[in-house]
Design a protein around this ligand. Sequence first.
Ligand code: GDP
Ligand code: MN
Length: 429
Amino acid sequence: MYRAIMNSARLSGAKQKALLRGQQARMLNVHEYISMDIMKGYGIATPTGQVVSSVDEAEHVYVNMLNKGDAVVKAQVLSGGRGLGTFKNGFKGGVHLATTLGDVKKFTESMLGQHLVTKQSGPAGIVCNKVLLVERLYMRREMYLSIMMDRTTQGPMIVASPVGGTSIEDVAASNPEKIFTEPIDIMEGLSEEAAAGIATKIGLEPGTATHAAGADLVKRLYKMMIATDATLVEINPLAETNDGRIVAADAKLNFDDNAEYRQKQIFAKRDYTQEDPREVEAHKYDLNYIGLSGNIGCMVNGAGLAMSTMDIIKLKGGDPANFLDVGGGATEEQVHKAFEILNADPKVKTILVNIFGGIMRCDVIAAGILSAAKQIGMKKPIVIRLQGTNVDEAQKLIQASGFRMIVVDELEEAATKAVAIANIVKQRT
Ligand code: GDP
Ligand code: MN
């Protein structure tokens, strides 16, 4: 399970960690230009610029808004490490410095409509439908500043470094002494002293206007985080410009999905083109689904059981295609949908259903699967392991349906069978 999650290129680091803790791993990730807009609303300095979706628009912004000054052209793709990424058309880099109109047009043209492959995106890459065009900042220094919800301290935690621009994981490996953390008591909020202390730690000279601007930015960032229900705000690099300004040169915001009801404006900015379509579909039906790269589709109730199911598949030499927890109180409709998603996934060679009926009744699961199978046809072999509440009724439903499903009592046997079937199907195709 650990390896399945860590090797899944489509999972962000935060999602991976949440999954490993057995938590629901849903959050909203928005584009850099949206993050910058939100920051601007809280008085945080961001570069002048605008998002565009055509070469003509880019020309217009470059000429009229940036007055043909040096600019940065940035692919709006929901992934970190864009700068070092490569587009599928061979064009290198999702972030480029432009000094002429020709540059701006060429870069925009090369990015729009193309898929950018980064360290985090997986080999298929993520489509770039928008490009952010901003003034170039002349940076004296690149720093790092983030605030995240931290599990250990059960509250917000500032992570800051005088070294920015590269990934914070790399800094942690090469210069751990240059990373500073500061837990914040959410009831007391962020004090003036703590904000000033962070400004000093990221290398700003106490007593200067630049230091005051840094401390002010830390405070505004914290205020924004709380007000918007963000789980992560990250600025990398945070720029100290040659003329002494502190500007967010990059911005990444994540939001807590549970806050959707009170952050409607922000959640309306979700860009589904950037997400795994299987996850998008599952999300609509409130299913806890995460796409992985293997070929055994799993349908399980309960996050812990889902984890152990994935573990045992791995142990038997197989590879799960997903993490799917239908939850304790799934309806027949949700089960139907879950089955549909697994069935439609071309990577899935066989489906393993592992249900422990407690609150969830086995017959409800069986009814959901059967109704889906009737409607869309049963295209893939299914191994079912059911235990617990109403298991006998479930068995009867399956037998009466006439569909051939492999029903087993024990998880180990179920996993062994699923792995064997997946291997056979794989050889045939
Ligand atoms: P990421 O690779 O997805 O994190 O994208 P960033 O927005 O962080 O851009 C990548 C890199 O480009 C940054 O780490 C900077 O080193 C550089 N960069 C971005 N904006 C500017 C800018 O305005 N001026 C300069 N000199 N470099 C920039
Ligand atoms: Mn960055």
